[in-house]
Design a protein around this ligand. Sequence first.
Ligand code: CP
Length: 292
Amino acid sequence: MKNLFTLDDLSNEQILDLIKRASVLKLKEKINNYSSQKVVVANLFFEPSTRTHYSFDIAAKRLGFETINFTKESSSLKKGESLLDTVKTFEMIGVDAFVIRHPQKKYYQQLQSVKVPILSGGDGSGDHPTQSLLDLLTIYEEFKSFQGLKILIVGDIKHSRVAATNIKIMKRLGMKVLVSGPLELMKKEQHSDLDATLPQVDIVMMLRIQFERHQDLLQVSKAEYNSRYGLNLKRLKLLKKEAIIMHPQPVNRGLEISDEVMSSSQSRLDAQVSNGVKMRMLLLKEVIDAAY
Ligand code: CP
């Protein structure tokens, strides 16, 4: 694998292979030691991130790589430098791979001339390939396959790159994907009734309302949203005992998901975060092995 911009570029077989290989990794395992090569990974985050940024950072360090962590506030972006010129500058000073998150959909199309590997940490409301892979890993650890599993994704479908990638890939892998939430935050997907659907699903994935991408779109108050679409203890009881609860995080606690649900035995939110490190170690290893 040279780059990872979108899972559209990977076959089902490649995706399943990554998931199976990541599933046998331990969180604090060293899967290779490249320290003699002095590989440097630049994490370029043009949008805020905690999980993606720092799980890539720790994944790189566990592989023996060095990292550079870029912040746009103290860079020459402030002087009007473009994304391409910023990335090319890092390439010319010797960076061996990039992790890039950028608010523009398909930002990577501007970076065709960059020769070192790029892993996308998310492009606007486009795709979030590494989040989807860690979500799939979390589901695989639970159910050992994807075919026939039913997932309900609830909330801000319209602005969620996690939902966009997961809906495409989960359907490709044979899962039945249902969505629920306020119509103003939906795309064209058919909308399922939340309370009627919860008892039927193997997985419920709650999404954060992305207020930073839209100010006035939500037509109900936060209290009403919580009452109509929030996953609370009452709705938890509607789920099958073996169903699991996921959320890509960060969460709006008490809005789309309650504290009690986050800490319930059916929650896999912590596992998703830890699986992010394992999957990102594997992906960094893949692109570095292919490039050098
Ligand atoms: N899930 C996710 O992408 O989280 P961050 O924005 O914290 O990276």
